[in-house]
Design a protein around this ligand. Sequence first.
Ligand SMILES: Nc1ncnc2c1ncn2[C@@H]1O[C@H](COP(=O)(O)OP(=O)(O)OP(=O)(O)O)[C@@H](O)[C@H]1O
Ligand SMILES: [Mg+2]
Length: 425
Amino acid sequence: MNAPFKAAGLRDPFNAFVCDDDTLELIRVAAADLGWPIEKCNKGGLRNAVQSLSVSASPNILFVDMSESGDPINDINALAEVCEPGTVVIAAGQVNDVRLYRDLLSSGIQDYLLKPLSLDQVRESFTMAQAMLSAPKHADMHDDKPHHMTAVVGVRGGVGASLVSTSLAWVMSEQGGRQTALLDLDVHFGTGALTLDLEPGRGLIDAIDNPSRIDGLFIERAMVRASDKLSLLSAEAPIHQPVMTDGSAFFQLEEELRGAFEMTIVDIPRHVLIPFPHLVQEAGTILLVSDVTLASARDTIRLLSWFKHHVPGARVILAANKYQNAVGELSRKEFESSIERPIDITIPFDPKLVSQAAKLGKSYAEICKGTKGAQAWSSLMRIVIDGADESNEEAAATGKAKPAGGSLLGKLGGLGTLVAKKGAK
Ligand SMILES: Nc1ncnc2c1ncn2[C@@H]1O[C@H](COP(=O)(O)OP(=O)(O)OP(=O)(O)O)[C@@H](O)[C@H]1O
Ligand SMILES: [Mg+2]
């Protein structure tokens, strides 16, 4: 929410724009109870609010009466254009429709009160708004630590990139103690929310529909909380609708998450990555997830080369998932020699615990706690955190990110030549 032209000034604690005298009287009483200035309660409803806020600083808390609004969602969006980030907006109206209520909430409204209003109802809503304002913001909590973004990319479909994303996000938040955001860019088929047994909400879809609305407040409202240290932005977009985006919404989301979290894990499907390479431009770590098969060897080679071309300075980590010693399609040695670099970490094929995790609606890493499998997740977390610390130190010293990948190159083998040829294009 941004207003282009504003008179500079301190924020009022409260403004109200109502449509009728009864509501005006009631709002004045509730405002006075909280010690807010009652002269800031005006007549004129939503239209007046938009006019007024386009030329003056937005208040901390704004009450708008939408009774005279013919198109509430459109009018609220007009308000969002002029209202500065950080304002908590409470709306009231006469339309009793749950869809409208949901749409208003997803437009960034804090509360919608049905008219006629009662004094208790208004007081309660104002008190909630005040509590929300005084709660610590994500950004306030940890602006001392630099941000690190890890982009997780599966070299082929179904190799387990999403399982790795949710598990890494879990381990990073629980054991790494970092405020972590998981951004699932598989808009139609994403499993981030499903894995953690959460409703994805409309946040990601709204961001794509209206990228100009993405700001810190939008992030605070749109992120779905999995725990006090892990939040998620994911979607289950209707599959009869194509996603219309030029990638700017995704990029802006990454930008905002950078300001609000310590760690962002982005699950990026290849069909999103290839047209929008700038999405990984700022990634401190690129985590390629593969299985140990011939086809994955070919596509690992292609993607390693793609990353080298598009993000030459990036640190690329290679995780071999569903790893089965001695019974896989290729041996580890064959795979590594074909891709000309070692695997950095292996995650075992573990159908039993993976199935248990699915049934309990928890990440696989959480279910692994206390078992042998937990080792892989703490090691992966360590690799990412160490890399983050290293690149932060280096960035502080030189102003540049640390290039990686080159030193990890492995030895060429016979199979390497075969797959390298196949993967050359
Ligand atoms: N280590 C593992 N052991 C056993 N099963 C696994 C493991 N990793 C992933 N799976 C299973 O493999 C399937 C695919 O995993 P996932 O959805 O994470 O893959 P993906 O690479 O994100 O797929 P997509 O290409 O559809 O995005 C899931 O059923 C998942 O539970
Ligand atoms: Mg996936």
